[in-house]
Design a protein around this ligand. Structure first.
Ligand code: AMP
Length: 127
């Protein structure tokens, strides 16, 4: 099934400036902002500005420049939030939901950066 990008999704509307956001950082190809319903003291979303639906869509079709810009911003956001363990922080989790079973709510690729408290196991054991 080909990727179908919905230009009315909420993050597309944020990128067009139609909806406000609490920006953390912006680069030529990416935007980082606070999640509106945070699950941890640090809960930042990093998104590419291009119309990508999921991590696989982005990773396989974005330009090298967009990819580097995005992943470097993700690292910068973690650093500036103070959660990188090698730098005295307490660690963080990066999550990207993609599709139905993951409960992806917003069909514009985004990486959740979560930290600032113990986050528990990733998932309950299968079975
Ligand atoms: P996901 O389930 O991975 O698609 O996550 C979507 C995330 O977007 C959720 O954590 C929401 O709280 C967050 N979210 C939805 N609308 C907004 C918004 N207007 N500004 C910031 N975060 C949002």
């Amino acid at each position: 099934m080909p990727y179908s990008y919905d230009p009315q999704n909420i993050f597309a509307r944020i990128l067009r400036g139609e909806i406000p956001n609490k920006t953390v950082a912006e680069t030529p190809h990416s935007l980082a902002f606070h999640d509106i319903r945070p699950h941890a003291p640090v809960h930042i979303l990093v998104i590419p500005k291009g119309p990508y639906v999921t991590l696989d869509h982005f990773s396989e079709t974005a330009s090298a420049e967009e990819l580097a810009d995005f992943w470097r911003l993700a690292a910068r956001v973690a650093r500036e939030a103070g959660v990188i363990e090698a730098e005295g922080g307490t660690g963080y989790r990066a999550i990207a939901n993609a599709g139905g079973h993951s409960h992806q709510e917003v069909p514009h690729f985004h990486l959740h950066i979560l930290g600032g408290r113990p986050l528990g196991a990733l998932l309950p054991p299968a079975g």
